[in-house]
Design a protein around this ligand. Sequence first.
Ligand SMILES: [Ca+2]
Length: 182
Amino acid sequence: MNASSPRIRNGFTLIEMLATITIIVILTGLIMMGTRFIKDKQNRSKAELQLKLLAKACEDFKMDQGTYPGKSDNSPADGKHMTNEIFNDLFWDSNRNGSGPKADIDQKTYLTELDPDNNKQGWIEGTGQAARILDPWGNEYFYRKGANAQNPDFDLWSAGKDGKTNPDNPRDKNNRDDIRNL
Ligand SMILES: [Ca+2]
C-alpha cells in the first residue's frame, strides 16, 4: 500500500457549496416570480369574465324591470358596498317580494353563477340574502348607476390587485390596475 497515492475527492468544497446554494436560491426566486405573474394574469382574466357576466345580467334585468339593479336611483358615488343589492336583484330576490329563490318559483334568476350554494366562480361571500360578490382578490366589486355613473348605463369595476380605486379622479395611480366592464 502506498500511503501517498492521490486521495479521491468526494463532496463539495465550501465555494462549490455556496455557488450551488446561490443558484438554487436564484432559481427558486425566478420560479416564484413566474408563478406570481401567472396568478396575477389568471386573476385579471377571471375578473374580466366575472364583470362580463354581471354586466350582461344587469342588462337583462333592465330589459325586464326598466331599471338597472340597485334599489335607489342614485347609488353611492364611490360605488362601494353595492354588491349585496346587485346579488339580491340578479339572484336572490329579483321580484323584490322578500322570498328567496328556493321559496319563490315565480322569480326570475338573472345570473345562476351567483348561487351561494354552488359557488363555482368563488365570488360569493356570505349566505342567503346577505351574500356579497367579491373579485378574485377578495374585495367587493364596485358599482354605481344613475347620475353618479360616468357611463350612460352604469359603472361596474374591480379595484384590481392593489384593492384601491379612486372613481373621482381617473388619473389616480390607484386606478391603473382597475378592471372595468367596458
Ligand atoms: Ca386599483
